[in-house]
Design a protein around this ligand. Structure first.
Ligand SMILES: N[C@@H](CCC(=O)N[C@@H](CS)C(=O)NCC(=O)O)C(=O)O
Length: 200
């Protein structure tokens, strides 16, 4: 398999962690690229020009981090990321995590192109409000839990979204309002798959 990725994409980091947690990373050739530079090889694999993109052993091209998780669990059932016995709950959490990631990512991209005035725009303010609703929700759902030995997609997506906030939007200082979520996140960040994929 081949995985197209870059070092700052939260979505690509989710894909990489999925492959590590499933014990598949050694079977994957990592294709580092810059999705913002219309990388020709990436465009052949994903015409949308976005990472992550995966090429299967059969040469089928896949995009969208959540769909990669669905594919990987089907093709390599060991260590499921969407375990059957908790599917709805895992998808629920993955949805919250994905929404947090998208709110943060859209704020960052809007700023990159329009500067800090993007924060004051109607869309910018909607994204910040979404962030401030999602964080306490996650605190109430995860704050009193500790991740199991085997992680699932919901935990991975949420933990990567929180790490992306620290990386790109440190002014969110979410740990102050959500200390239990901060402790939960610190526990996951200590895992090898998170340490080895830290944002740089
Ligand atoms: N919904 C997609 C989002 C992927 C995405 O937005 N990737 C960004 C990097 S973080 C990208 O490649 N952006 C380049 C572009 O939009 O042209 C997923 O879950 O994989």
């Amino acid at each position: 398999m081949e995985l197209y990725l870059n070092t700052t994409s939260p979505y690509a980091r989710v894909a990489c962690i999925l492959l590590m947690e499933k014990g598949l990373i050694s079977k994957v050739t990592l294709k580092w690229c810059d999705p913002w530079a219309d990388d020709a090889e990436l465009l052949k694999v994903n015409p949308a020009g976005r990472v992550p993109a995966l090429v299967t052993n059969e040469g089928i091209t896949l995009s969208e981090s959540t769909l990669l998780a669905v594919y990987l669990d089907g093709a390599f059932p060991k260590t499921p990321m969407l375990p059957d016995n908790q599917r709805a709950q895992v998808l629920h959490l993955a949805g919250l995590g994905q929404n947090l990631m998208e709110a943060a990512f859209n704020i960052v991209i809007a700023r990159k192109h329009d500067g800090h005035k993007a924060n004051e725009s109607m869309l910018g303010q909607r994204r910040w409000r979404a962030l401030h609703r999602l964080l306490p929700q996650l605190e109430s759902e995860l704050g009193d839990t500790s991740p199991a030995v085997s992680l699932h997609l919901g935990e991975i997506t949420t933990a990567v979204a929180l790490a992306y906030l620290d990386f790109r939007l440190p002014e969110a200082v979410w740990q102050r309002a959500c200390p239990k979520l901060g402790a939960w996140h610190a526990g996951i960040e200590a895992r090898a798959s998170f340490q080895q994929t830290a944002f740089v």
